[in-house]
Write a protein that binds this ligand. Structure first.
Ligand code: ATP
Length: 443
């Protein structure tokens, strides 16, 4: 996807076809929130399922977790979020807008869009002040500082505070990881670029615990492995890069951090950070909770605080990258078609089943195939309109295969399968369709 106009087209396609809607739209929206429609919820779920399958289900050294969004306030004091999870905020007394100080060079003055905030003669910018990004709320009926808690700004801390529970209950031995997918909340000063920077979003995070002396090796393994994961799901190498942070960018406790970045229509943006966090987090929680979070190795009889490698990805942000990568417009026999070329694992609908016409038993035969395929795949049945138009609708939804039942099906039990990208058609036996899909979709 080349430019910003293409981005506008993608946003409009997402709305029109039910991928992503602005949150609370009938009340004029709530900035920074998005709702995932019938196709979007499948796409998001497929991204999360692919991540879970590749990082949890098919590995012996990682287990899953689903921790509470509301956590004890001390968690965020220990992690440093209460005092440090801030962005520098600047107000303009003239237009009453707020800006992140570090984003002023990319922002527009609302009164004079050709200028950056502060450059127009009417701008009156205040000094920058620290703005904490955590949403506050209260537990119980009293609203005071004793009952104040936060909506979690990351899922990672839920993993650290459960480290001992998992070790004691699952018999996992270092090196091992704990994975979690879930919602996170950040009161971003300027939510923007569609779902890229939202106030409510989903993360997919792993804390991988290892011995200090093996941690550099694990850091490299995770960094390279996570980069490859995006490539394997179809993000092209020209649009994807791994960027190692310079020393000046690193948090004081971090031994190394790399970002997986995608080239969005407006420029490079982070999809995932892979950080070597040393023993910082476990030690902080040991100090604040007074509990022992060290690990005892039965074999070597050593007790130590593990080092941690943290691959921290955005599920919703990845959805945007997969959408941008998939979006294409092309001319086919003098007509333009819009197609979403999703990787088969991510495609919301795997196959659409069409009767060529609504008579001669075709709908019944199509419905029988549809019902059978439904047991294994998310499939779609459509009998309305010309077949060409039905193909186009599925192209826009990113459906890899369309299967048409026609007059010939009744005589020789074959159907036409049309592939989304090449648009090639082939006839196969109806009883081979399921295996064909298993094979082609890698399901
Ligand atoms: P950024 O610099 O873009 O604000 P970050 O470095 O603060 O991101 P992390 O704290 O490392 O992000 O969070 C891990 C991942 O969570 C990010 O790589 C991104 O994919 C996702 N993420 C973070 N903030 C948001 C947000 N506001 N909206 C959507 N996804 C987000």
């Amino acid at each position: 996807m080349a430019d910003a106009t293409a981005m506008e087209k993608l946003v409009s396609l997402c709305k029109r076809r039910g991928f992503i809607f602005p949150g609370s739209e009938i009340y004029d929206g709530l900035k920074g929130t998005w709702d995932y429609g019938p196709l979007g919820v499948e796409l998001l779920r497929n991204v999360k399922n692919a991540w879970w399958q590749d990082n949890v289900t098919t590995r012996e050294d990682i287990v899953g977790l689903d921790s509470a969004i509301l956590m004890h306030r001390k968690v965020w004091q220990a992690s440093g979020h209460e005092s440090n999870f801030t962005d520098p905020l600047v107000d303009c007394k003239t237009c009453k807008e707020r800006f992140r100080q570090d984003q002023i060079p990319e922002s527009q003055c609302p009164k004079k869009p050709s200028k950056h905030p502060g450059e127009f003669h009417e701008c009156q910018l205040t000094e920058a002040r620290k703005f904490n990004l955590m949403f506050k709320t209260f537990v119980g009926p009293l609203e005071d500082s004793a009952t104040q808690v936060y909506l979690r700004p990351e899922t990672a801390q839920g993993i650290f505070v459960n480290f001992k529970n998992v070790v004691d209950s699952s018999r996992m031995k270092v090196p091992f990881g704990i994975a979690q997918i879930g919602k996170s909340f950040r009161n971003e000063i300027t939510p923007k670029q569609f779902i890229f920077r939202s106030r409510e979003f989903e993360q997919m995070e792993i804390e991988f615990f290892c011995k200090p002396e093996t941690s550099q090796e694990w850091y490299k393994t995770w960094r390279d492995g996570r980069f490859k994961w995006y490539q394997d799901l179809g993000l092209k190498s020209d649009n994807l890069r791994l960027r190692e942070h310079g020393k000046e960018e690193l948090a004081f406790y971090s031994i190394g951090t790399s970002d997986v970045e995608y080239k969005f229509p407006w420029g490079w943006g982070e999809l995932e950070g892979i950080a070597h966090r040393g023993d910082y987090d476990l030690k902080q929680h040991m100090q604040f909770s007074g509990k022992d979070l060290s690990f005892f190795d039965d074999e070597t009889k050593e007790r130590f605080v593990p080092h941690v490698i943290e691959p921290s990805a955005g599920a919703t942000r990845s959805v945007l990258a997969f959408l941008c990568e998939a979006y294409a417009e092309e001319m086919v026999e003098g007509e333009s078609r819009t197609v979403l070329r999703f990787h088969p694992r991510l495609a919301p609908v795997k196959a659409a089943i069409f009767p060529l016409v609504k008579k001669e038993g075709m709908p019944e035969r199509s419905m029988a195939l549809y019902k059978d395929l439904q047991k294994n795949f998310n499939v779609f049945y459509d009998e309305k309109g010309a077949v060409g138009r039905r193909y186009r609708r599925q192209d826009e939804a990113g459906t890899p295969f369309c299967i048409t039942i026609d007059g010939q099906t009744a005589t020789d039990q074959t159907v036409t399968v049309r592939e989304r990208d090449s648009m090639k058609q082939e006839r196969i036996a109806v009883d081979k369709v399921k295996n064909y899909l298993f094979e082609k979709l890698g399901a």
